[in-house]
Design a protein around this ligand. Structure first.
Ligand SMILES: Nc1nc2c(c(=O)[nH]1)N[C@H]1C(S)=C(S)[C@@H](COP(=O)(O)OP(=O)(O)OC[C@H]3O[C@@H](n4cnc5c(=O)[nH]c(N)nc54)[C@H](O)[C@@H]3O)O[C@H]1N2
Ligand SMILES: Nc1nc2c(c(=O)[nH]1)N[C@H]1C(S)=C(S)[C@@H](COP(=O)(O)OP(=O)(O)OC[C@H]3O[C@@H](n4cnc5c(=O)[nH]c(N)nc54)[C@H](O)[C@@H]3O)O[C@H]1N2
Ligand SMILES: [Mo]
Length: 778
């Protein structure tokens, strides 16, 4: 069935376990269906072939990097979907908005909204007709400027960024916002890898991964914690599979048996495709409790310490890398004491794993001379994510596994340029070196106090402390937690501005006045006064490279993100502190400013000419530790005494299940491509709860029945989603899983990571209730 039929048909929910490997024929069939059912099939095939090639554009999908060598997978099924989704011929133009009131659009699904096509003209909300109507670009800029200049303080405006924005757009944006006077930069990273940045900065002095693509070729063991690359980073399956083939250990830690982590078939490998052969991508698979990873890691460290002591007693070779510990690290003794302080009982109880499993994982870690540890949202979206990531670093430091070939830390980023946006200064807690450099280069008083992150911005809007909300991409209303409260917060604003490629719910949950500003995407040709422009992005391995759009934009009214930021800035600040409009004539001019102010970007324009781009460098990867101690710090954190929050306990109710929210195979964050989740065997439906059959029965339901999900939190608010179908699934007892963003109304705004403020999207305490009678009719 072609995906595009799904918009018109009533979905028929079906559930059948997936037997095939990840990738391979299934992926190819799916991509082919996408291409052939698209309005732009032939053109898109040509576009695909340009993805991630020199002179082509950077895939707007994930932030996985590419091998500098040829022959590796350069695009994947889900990259193809992302390209195809952007490169549609369908348009959401003034005629569309004339036809649909905002109230009627609110009735439509997220899938339907985005499927309508690309936004083509700037639009302003007209309250009398409850419709968006056209507005000239200059008038739109003037409206934004008027609101911004009328605020009592610049801190009453919020400037959101989603991680697709290019380096050039992000740099201009932060320069404008700081020149305007605030550090209010809530961004998608606050909901994503924030904990990795916070944890690693304290531990090793840099908030990014320390490995490069080549390191994967030299690793003897790769640990994949809380990540589903088969869906979210498909190009990562290739190095994992190669690692298994050459005899390295690939150890997966995930409560769900994700198909992509089990077996992978290379879609560009003819013999394998013909014989339908596939190769395993893992050598061991551990399934901990949700949030139990830190306990598992601490258990591994406790085994290492035990074996180290035995080795010392027997004069056997050391388990720890003592030279490294002496030369490079601080507070190791405090950490060893913290290990001794943690009981085996606590480790086993909290990890949800038998001691034998933890011992096996520790042995696999010990066996690897060079170890890489990767992680994603299964690790970063918990209350104790910062200590968990520091425990990864602790484990790795014990054996000197940071800063040498084939070894290191690899937080696998999400959005294709989320890492670059941070490098460019999208940061509500900006480092002093950045502010000093801006002040020196541009000569204005840079705001020094911290700004708002996502959760703080929602509180500020809800309480009327913030009145203007501007979003450079993304879908704030759907991506954030506690959806009902977030919608109210947005509606409280005097003005909301969405710079977007496609229609989404954030355009409909708008302020008293509202603008939609249509922008070019990665695939579009970006024509400026000096010719077509390239933008740049940074991947998870700190590689910076250029991206050149290939397709003629659908409308002359669409503008590039840098041009829109420059337009707003010029209307608000005039030609201060830079001549904004001159800068966007040629993006080399923006890159010269970046080179002047950001470390690692010297001769930016020159180095960009190198095929494949250039490596920004990584201090920890080179064993330079930018920490207050000048060393890599062991962090002797305690295991949480209890994973369940006191504010859940304070309700006096016991949770039925602990639920994580995750992505299906047919979505890109809040962008829903379709209603299937192939590898998990779900078809035609997204409002499902994956749970263990025994749990479903224990709770008084039968598999296939519907239930309302209600989350527990002390504040007296009801958080409920209705009529979710219960799917009996291979999932550890006591756990459940459901799709983001459908269950975001259940995530309490106050339930956030300590030190990261990231919503705890992977740990929500819920109860199941019999649905209201109307919802029971399937
Ligand atoms: N096609 C596609 N690609 C994407 C995206 C997309 O939506 N679609 N999104 C992009 C973005 S922004 C991001 S951040 C990444 C997200 O990439 P992932 O982090 O892979 O995304 P999730 O679907 O949230 O998957 C989380 C995984 O962690 C597991 N998990 C959940 N809780 C725990 C836990 O407590 N412990 C352990 N060990 N595992 C746990 C889940 O079972 C699941 O396999 O992907 C990026 N790439
Ligand atoms: N419950 C729960 N919530 C989560 C998560 C979770 O796992 N569970 N994950 C969190 C994570 S990791 C993230 S990163 C956030 C994502 O949060 P966001 O980044 O805010 O959300 P997206 O869905 O990626 O944004 C999609 C919209 O971006 C716009 N867009 C697409 N391409 C472009 C472009 O090139 N330029 C511009 N200007 N706009 C563009 C389109 O209009 C599209 O509708 O969600 C977070 N929320
Ligand atoms: Mo993300």
């Amino acid at each position: 069935m072609s995906i595009h039929n799904q918009a018109d048909k009533t979905p028929v929910p079906r559930y059948k376990p997936y037997k095939g490997a990840a990738g391979g024929w299934g992926a190819l069939i799916s991509v082919t269906q996408f291409w052939l059912s698209s309005d732009n099939a032939l053109k898109n095939i040509r576009t695909m072939l340009k993805t991630n090639q020199n002179g082509g554009f950077d895939c707007p999908g994930c932030a996985w990097g590419d091998s500098p060598e040829s022959g590796m997978v350069k695009f994947c099924e889900n990259g193809a979907k992302a390209v195809n989704w952007e490169a549609t011929k369908r348009r959401v133009d003034p005629a569309f908005f004339a036809k649909h009131s905002v109230t009627s659009l609110l009735e439509q699904s997220d899938y339907w909204l985005e499927y309508q096509g690309r936004l083509t003209e700037p639009m302003v909300y007209d309250a009398t007709s409850d419709r968006y109507v056209p507005i000239a670009w200059d008038d739109a800029y003037a409206l934004v400027a008027k609101h911004l200049l009328n605020l009592e303080s610049p801190n009453q405006a919020e400037f959101y960024t989603s991680g697709r924005a290019s380096n050039e757009a992000a740099y201009l944006y932060q320069l404008f916002v700081r020149a305007y006077g605030t550090n209010n930069f809530p961004d998608c990273s606050n909901m994503c890898h924030e904990a990795s940045g916070v944890a690693l900065s304290q531990s090793v002095g840099v908030g990014k991964g320390t490995v490069t693509f080549e390191d994967f070729e030299h690793a003897d063991a790769i640990f994949v914690w809380g990540q589903n690359p088969g869906t979210n980073h498909p190009r990562m399956l290739e190095p994992l599979r190669e690692a298994v083939q050459r005899g390295a250990q690939v150890v997966c830690i995930n409560p769900l048996k994700e198909r992509g982590l089990e077996r992978f078939q290379h879609p560009q490998h003819p013999i394998e495709m013909l014989t339908n052969g596939d190769r395993p991508t893992n050598t061991a698979y551990f399934r901990p409790a949700l949030g139990g990873d830190m306990a598992m890691m601490r258990g591994m460290a406790k085994f290492l310490l035990q074996w180290e002591r035995e080795a010392q007693a027997n004069n056997a070779p050391s388990v720890f890398d003592h030279d490294f510990l002496n030369e490079h690290t601080a507070t190791v003794l405090e950490y060893l004491a913290a290990i001794d302080d943690t009981s085996w009982e606590h480790i086993v109880e909290q990890s949800g794993l038998p001691l034998d499993d933890i011992e096996l994982a520790a042995r696999m870690y010990l066996k690897g001379k060079n170890v890489i540890m990767c992680w994603a949202m299964g690790i970063t979206q918990h209350r104790h994510s910062v200590p968990t990531i520091q425990e990864i670093s602790n484990l790795m430091l014990l054996r000197g596994n940071i800063g040498r070939p084939g070894a290191g830390l690899c937080p696998v980023r999400g959005h294709s340029n989320v890492q670059g946006d941070r490098t460019m200064g999208i940061n509500e807690r900006p480092p002093a070196f950045l502010l000093d450099a801006l002040e020196k280069r541009f000569g204005f008083d840079v705001p020094r106090s911290n700004g708002h992150n996502v959760v703080e911005a929602i509180h500020a809007m809800a309480e009327g402390r913030a009145k203007v909300f501007i979003a450079l991409g993304g879908n704030f209303a759907q991506a954030t937690p506690d959806s009902t409260r977030t919608a109210q917060a947005l509606r409280n604003c005097e003005l909301t501005v969405q710079i977007s490629t496609k229609l989404n719910r954030s355009h409909l949950m708008h302020g008293k006045q509202a603008l939609i500003l249509p922008c070019l995407g990665r695939t579009d040709i970006d024509q400026q006064s000096e010719g077509p422009q390239a933008v740049t992005v940074e991947d998870s391995f700190s590689m910076v490279h250029a991206s050149n759009g290939q397709l003629q934009p659908l409308s002359k009214q669409m503008r590039s993100e840098p041009a829109i930021v420059a337009g707003i800035a010029a209307a608000t600040l005039g030609a201060q502190p830079v001549d904004w409009n001159w800068l966007i004539g040629d993006y080399d001019r923006i890159r010269d400013l970046i080179a002047d102010t950001l470390p690692g970007f010297k001769d930016f324009n020159e180095r960009l000419k190198h095929p494949g781009g250039f490596y920004l460098g990584n201090s920890a990867g080179a064993r330079r530790w930018n920490t207050p101690t000048g060393r890599a710090n062991f962090k002797p954190n305690r295991l949480p005494s209890d994973l369940i929050d006191e504010r859940v306990r304070a309700t006096g109710q016991v949770p039925d299940l602990i639920m994580q929210s995750m992505r299906s195979h047919d979505q890109y964050n809040t962008t829903i491509y379709g209603l299937d989740d192939r590898y998990r065997g779900v078809r035609g439906q997204r409002d499902v709860l994956f749970a263990n059959e025994a749990d479903i029965i224990r709770l008084g339901f039968r598999p296939g029945q519907k239930a309302d999900l209600v989350s527990l939190w002390e504040d007296g608010r009801e958080r409920r989603v209705k009529g979710f179908t219960l799917l009996a699934f291979d999932i550890p007892a006591g756990q459940a899983a459901a799709y983001y963003p459908e269950v975001n109304p259940l995530v309490p705004l106050e339930s956030v990571g300590e030190g990261s403020s990231t919503p705890t999207s992977k740990f929500v305490a819920i109860r199941l209730e019999q649905p209201a009678p109307s919802a029971r009719i399937a």
